[in-house]
Design a protein around this ligand. Structure first.
Ligand SMILES: Cc1cc2nc3c(=O)[nH]c(=O)nc-3n(C[C@H](O)[C@H](O)[C@H](O)COP(=O)(O)OP(=O)(O)OC[C@H]3O[C@@H](n4cnc5c(N)ncnc54)[C@H](O)[C@@H]3O)c2cc1C
Length: 461
């Protein structure tokens, strides 16, 4: 068995889990992480005595083995949290998943005729629907033009920063595959049995924020791996069909095997010698959405029971909010609450161009004047966090470009691509853990196909 040193690029959940599994096999991997601490997208930030995740991170999986793996990290002391989430549309707050009690509000938004039309044509229809190539076709076919125009179309346009016709149906089928109209209809009346992931009503959440998960992984790793923070990988040298070394600004690192959880695009950009022209051309079609969080401290713990609320309206600049107190009271201070407004942005667009003060002003203005759940004097403090490469964008046609890039990188015999950015795949935390476990297995001589992870029914965040 190969016992050469392993270098892991990126210490998010995938990198940490890969390291933990390798350490169980007696290996001592080295991790390079550009941030001040591990955890990646699943970090928790402290601000003024309050704690904020990058978005709210709920842990949920249908895989019992992964659930056990996760709970074991917390000494089996985590209790499930009950979910409560809503959609804010045209001034109306609607439970999501929709509850039967919301019927009057649905009638108000859609109008009675449209409700009956949707029920007759879509919700009572069985069958999986047409095979669509764009999100727009997929969603219109499944839910009808009325629901599409009201919720899905505008939300997707805001989330991805482009028309839904430009987003691949692959995103829908990976993310919300099991959400058929009939399933939604059934869920209005019957909530027993195995729920769709989209409608998961319970999840796990550590008391002090999701960042605790990376902390637990690090505790298990103590002494068994070297983790270098503030170590941004700026160069990756290759020769023949092998990766030879990765370098930071200070140091070069050689290894026998390299695991990369860096965004795939960054990995390609850092290669020396550069990738062939056709690979660089394909790479230019692969883009990520950046995440911007405006964290607000408010003069009350909560204003509703929701953990999160979606905002499809184009006139409201953020796409989702989170109320910390409803995730865990340890995230807030008595009498004051943590409110997070989440924005998605792309390079060169309006939101990316705003400085922190302008973003805070926009967020507070939209929240107070358009959502009207608080007034400006209820906001006591604010901070902005920006995360690059948070969401791989599944543009129509992306799969072919991804195949070109992966085909080229697959030629390196000692390279293992893993994780959400590393495989350009919409993964959740359970998938990140699974990828770490299986990547370590592959380094140890197993033959897991990582493409099969999250290839089935997805869940809508
Ligand atoms: C807003 C948001 C909300 C989410 N909510 C949920 C949820 O509710 N439930 C759920 O299960 N999942 C959720 N997720 C997904 C979850 O965060 C990811 O699946 C998981 O954290 C991915 O881990 P990873 O290690 O694969 O990737 P990452 O966390 O991206 O790790 C990659 C690491 O590489 C580092 N890195 C990047 N470039 C370099 C470089 N050049 N040199 C060195 N290091 C580098 C990064 O800093 C990072 O630490 C959410 C994601 C987002 C963005």
């Amino acid at each position: 068995m190969n016992q050469q040193p392993v270098l892991i690029l990126g210490a998010g959940l995938t990198g940490l889990t890969t390291a933990l599994e390798l350490s169980k096999a007696g290996r001592a991997p080295v991790l390079l992480e550009k941030e001040d601490r591990p955890g990646g997208l699943a970090r928790t930030f402290a601000h003024d005595g309050f704690k904020f995740d990058i978005g709210g991170h709920r842990f949920f999986t249908h895989d019992q083995g992964l659930e056990k793996y996760f709970l074991d990290l917390f000494g089996n002391r985590l209790a499930p949290v009950c979910r409560r989430s809503s959609i804010f549309k045209d001034g109306v707050l609607l439970r999501y998943p929709v509850s039967f009690l919301d019927a009057p509000r649905v009638f108000r938004l859609l109008g009675a005729r449209a409700v009956f039309k949707v029920l007759r044509e879509r919700f009572l229809a069985a069958g999986p629907g047409i095979a669509a190539t764009t999100f727009e076709d997929w969603a219109q076919d499944r839910f009808g033009p009325e629901i599409y125009a009201l919720f899905l179309g505008p939300y997707i346009a805001k989330f991805w920063g482009c028309a839904p016709a430009g987003i691949s149906a692959a995103w829908a089928s990976q993310r919300i595959a099991g959400v058929t109209p009939r399933a939604i209809f059934k869920s209005l009346f019957w909530q027993g049995g195995r729920p769709l992931k989209s409608f998961t009503r319970k999840f796990f959440y550590p008391e002090n924020g999701i960042g605790e998960l990376a902390e637990r992984l690090q505790e298990r790793l103590a002494g068994a791996a070297e983790i270098h923070c503030h170590a941004e990988v700026v160069g990756i040298r290759h020769a023949g069909r092998m990766i030879a070394e990765a370098s930071t600004r200070e140091k070069r690192y050689q290894a026998g095997a390299f695991v990369s959880t860096l965004p795939l695009t960054e990995f390609i950009d850092r290669l020396s010698p550069p990738a062939p022209a056709e690979v660089l051309a394909a790479r230019r079609h692969l883009t990520f959405r950046d995440w911007i969080g405006v964290h607000l401290i408010m003069d009350r713990e909560t204003f509703s029971r929701d953990q999160w609320i979606y905002f499809p309206d184009a006139a409201i600049s953020f796409s989702r909010l989170q109320q910390g107190a409803n995730w865990s009271r340890r995230l807030i201070q008595p009498g004051r609450g943590a409110l997070l407004l989440e924005f998605l942005a792309g390079p060169g667009d309006r939101l990316s161009g705003l400085d922190d003060q302008a973003l805070i002003a926009l967020a507070v203005d939209d929240f107070c004047a358009k959502v009207r759940l608080l007034r400006p004097h209820n906001i006591l403090g604010a901070k902005v966090t920006r995360i690059k490469n948070a969401y791989p964008v599944y543009k129509t046609g992306f799969a072919e470009h991804l195949r070109t890039v992966m085909g080229f990188l697959g030629g390196f015999k000692n390279l293992y691509l893993a994780g959400r950015g590393g495989r350009f795949k919409y993964l959740n935390m359970d998938h990140a853990l699974e990828m770490g476990i299986k990547t370590a297995g592959n380094i140890q001589g197993q033959d897991y196909n990582l493409d099969l992870i999250n290839a089935g029914e997805g869940f809508l965040g």
